[in-house]
Design a protein around this ligand. Sequence first.
Ligand code: 5GP
Length: 265
Amino acid sequence: TCALPISHIILTVAFVFLYVLVSIPDFVAMKTFLLAVATAVAVAQAAQLRGISSSGCSYSSDFDYIMLTEQWPQTECDDTFHCSVKPPNFFTIHGAWPNNFDGSYPCNCDSSDEFDPSKVSSLHSELVEYWPSLQCISDPDSCLDSFLSHEWSKHGTCAREISAMSTQLGYFSTALALREKYEILPALAKQGIYPSSSKWYSKSSVSTAFKSEHGTYPALQCDSSGYISIMAVCFAKNLTAIDCPSDNSNCNSDSVLLPDRKSVV
Ligand code: 5GP
């Protein structure tokens, strides 16, 4: 786990200071300031006791399910990465994330286990193809390792309870295998849903298309224009597919677009 007992110490010191200053009548402004500091620390402390950090992740490595998050490259290239070459025309992996049903998730569970590319060298070509970093799409190798390192440290180190994911090789190879087994685009195509620059589909038709093929509801996330940015497939800890909790979906309008890839953004 990744508990941060430092806030206990800060809280204690803040209250001792406060106690001393309250007994000196002239320091009204200082007392007010310290009261504000102590209150802020107390709020942070309360959040920590609930297990939630300011970035939203929990300090406990417990989790309920795995969400295999896949990005739609054209949307991510349009919105974030301004890719200089044509992006892939299939969903690529963003990460395999341990999540909780209450919306929290563990992160950064073992800083001592740093990502080591040599441990996943046997997967290199698959990772370049199916888990690329769109940030450096024109030079696929240049930041692949930093993307994978980020995913391993933040999420992968928290998934150890699943024995198939308990090592770096296991974590990445399991995610790649799940992507292949639950491929998204062919499932949509079987129901007549294809990438397009103009054809909008209802959210439910996209989700139902995936379910018809694979048996579970995915999560669907969109940008503010309704362009699909993420589709995710959820798994119980024994890696059987489950419906993704509906609060993982955030597309606001009923119609969504899966933008066809452009040659250059
Ligand atoms: P997360 O924290 O959501 O698991 O990962 C997002 C981080 O990975 C961001 O810091 C982002 O800059 C970096 N990153 C590198 N390559 C990619 C990519 O292809 N897609 C996304 N969404 N993030 C990427």
